[in-house]
Design a protein around this ligand. Structure first.
Ligand code: HEM
Length: 493
């Protein structure tokens, strides 16, 4: 009775709570950060943009309007300068830890290198104690350039590049074009599994079962349920009820089986992980979970990056044709030069990753508890801060005419060495610092070997039957060609 009698107070209490909340927001240090007025009070617009594949472009647009520091929500700020990159990602383990966003990437309910948030992180929501950051140092030698450049690894990648070209030329004979999106993702799967599991790597451009495995990995649409899970982990049962997680029987079966292979090749990641598992009491799922993580990290990234790049080189405009001809000239004139000593090839790959970074979206981190000053603004502890390659790579002061695809901007003879060095500092496609990409050398070797295989023998053009959208479409962290199809004609030279 008393409670019902006091109900008339409720609207007043809500108004007072609202006013206190507003006053706190206005007094928050983040109120000083440039950004639309509503981002001081709500994250709803940002969440809506994330839910509708629009986060990256929304943030980019805000940077163009408000400058290099932009408030995205009452507790999130985006930066677009190299000094901010240094502070957030390279402060030598200073405590800008990954946010719980990365919990979306656990594998077999186990945290892995990519989804571990902090040093010595102990997983509370899932079943197993995390792999710690030291694991990265331990595994790093498998991805070091000196390991990737071993003949056993390079010959495997070359073989897979030949399979790719073989599929494309066969498809051109039978249907007049090749859907390179499919065959490039097969190539990326084969390349990464060669490194992970040899001799149990896949041959997706030859083998029907491996091809289906690639399809399972690369053709999914899980953005909305992942965004919902991130913001409402407590509602996971309801979210899964309405949007059940896509089963991945082929990849799970493959990874579990391959991870148990006895005596994998000494250069493989698996050999190192198995040695570690023997020497320590690593939980049983840690080895397959780590392998699945690297599989996921290495397929869409390399496949999408190559797809955007080859599509661009094949466009029917004089500039694309010019770049393709120059690339071919370098490859034909230097058949015996190792692929990592071809400057124009290197510049083409770099420019491709600048214009079309496969992970173009922010890599979110938490400000350490004591707070920090970034670009002159105080960020309270716990603020989410990030930079996104999509915006970093388009700064016109560093990359003049940023929308133009110009490999020459990476060559010393085009400009002075200082400008090129500065551009390298702003190159952010693989992230940087302690949590930067582990597979970068492998990815670059794969891309170079494939482009050499194709462009030293073939001219490529976009097919007249190309009817798919090649716009970048945001997924949860990566972006892929929207239509997931890219029809290219291969013509022997
Ligand atoms: C063009 C291809 C690739 C691109 C653009 C790329 C990009 C990235 C980026 C931006 C990050 C950091 C993300 C963040 O900080 O949130 C990352 C992390 C990572 N990448 Fe890659 N990646 C590529 C290929 C690969 C490959 C082939 C592998 C391995 C087989 C791999 C394994 C990893 C791993 C394990 C991490 C997590 C590192 C950590 O958290 O300490 N990546 N990658």
């Amino acid at each position: 009775m008393l409670i019902i009698g006091a109900l008339w107070l409720l609207p007043y209490l809500l108004i007072i709570a609202g006013l206190i909340n507003t006053a706190l927001k206005i007094r928050s240090p983040l109120a000083k950060v440039p950004g639309p007025w509503y981002t001081n009070f709500t994250s709803l617009v940002l969440k809506y943009k994330e839910f509708t594949h629009g986060r990256r472009l929304y943030i980019h647009d805000l940077h163009q309007r408000y400058g290099p520091v932009v408030r995205l929500s009452p507790d999130e700020v985006s930066f677009a300068t190299v000094d901010a990159i240094k502070e957030i990602y390279m402060s030598g383990g200073s405590g800008y830890d990954k946010t719980p966003f990365y919990s979306l990437f656990t594998q077999f309910n186990t945290r892995t290198l990519f989804s571990t948030l902090i040093r010595g992180d102990v997983c509370t929501t899932t079943t197993v104690i995390a792999l710690e950051i030291y694991m990265k140092r331990y595994l790093a030698d498998r991805y070091a350039n000196s390991n990737v450049m071993k003949p056993d690894i390079l010959s495997g990648i070359s073989e897979h590049a030949k399979d790719f070209l073989n599929q494309c030329t066969k498809a051109c004979i039978t249907q007049g074009y090749a859907d390179i999106y499919v065959y490039l993702h097969c190539f990326a799967l084969d390349g990464v599994t060669h490194q992970l599991f040899h001799p149990r790597g896949t041959h997706a451009n030859r083998d029907e079962k491996d091809y289906r495995l690639m399809k399972e990995l690369s053709y999914h649409d899980s953005l909305k349920s992942n965004v919902a899970l991130y913001y409402m982990p407590w509602a996971s049962d309801i979210i899964h009820y309405f949007n059940p997680p896509k089963p991945a029987p082929l990849s799970n079966e493959y990874v579990l089986g391959a991870s148990a292979t006895p005596n994998p090749s000494p250069f493989s990641l698996l050999s190192k992980l198995q040695a570690q598992a023997k020497a320590t009491n690593m939980p049983s799922y840690a080895v397959p979970a780590e392998c699945k993580d690297h599989l996921a990290a290495g397929v869409d990234t390399t496949g999408d990056g190559l797809c955007f790049l080859m599509h661009h080189l094949s466009l029917p405009n004089p500039e694309s044709q010019r770049v393709q001809s120059l690339l071919r000239k370098e490859l034909i004139e230097n058949p015996a030069t190792p692929f990592d000593q071809l400057p124009y090839l290197d510049a083409v790959i770099k420019e491709g990753l600048r214009c079309f970074p496969p992970i173009p979206m922010s890599f979110p981190r938490h400000v350490p508890q004591e707070g920090s000053v970034i670009e002159g603004f105080f960020m309270p502890g716990g603020t989410i801060v990030s930079c996104q390659p999509y915006t970093i790579h388009k700064d016109p002061n560093v990359f003049p005419e940023p929308l133009q695809f110009r490999p020459e901007r990476w060559l010393n003879d085009d400009d002075d060495a200082q400008a090129v060095a500065e551009r390298n500092r702003w190159f952010f496609a693989f992230g940087v610092g302690g949590r930067g990409c582990l597979g970068r050398h492998l990815a670059i070797a794969e891309m170079k070997i494939l482009l050499r295989e194709v462009y030293s023998k073939y001219r490529t053009t976009v097919s007249s039957r190309m009817d798919s959208d090649m716009e970048m479409e945001d997924q949860i962290i990566a972006s892929r060609p929207k239509g997931q199809c890219c029809k290219i004609v291969f013509e022997k030279i």
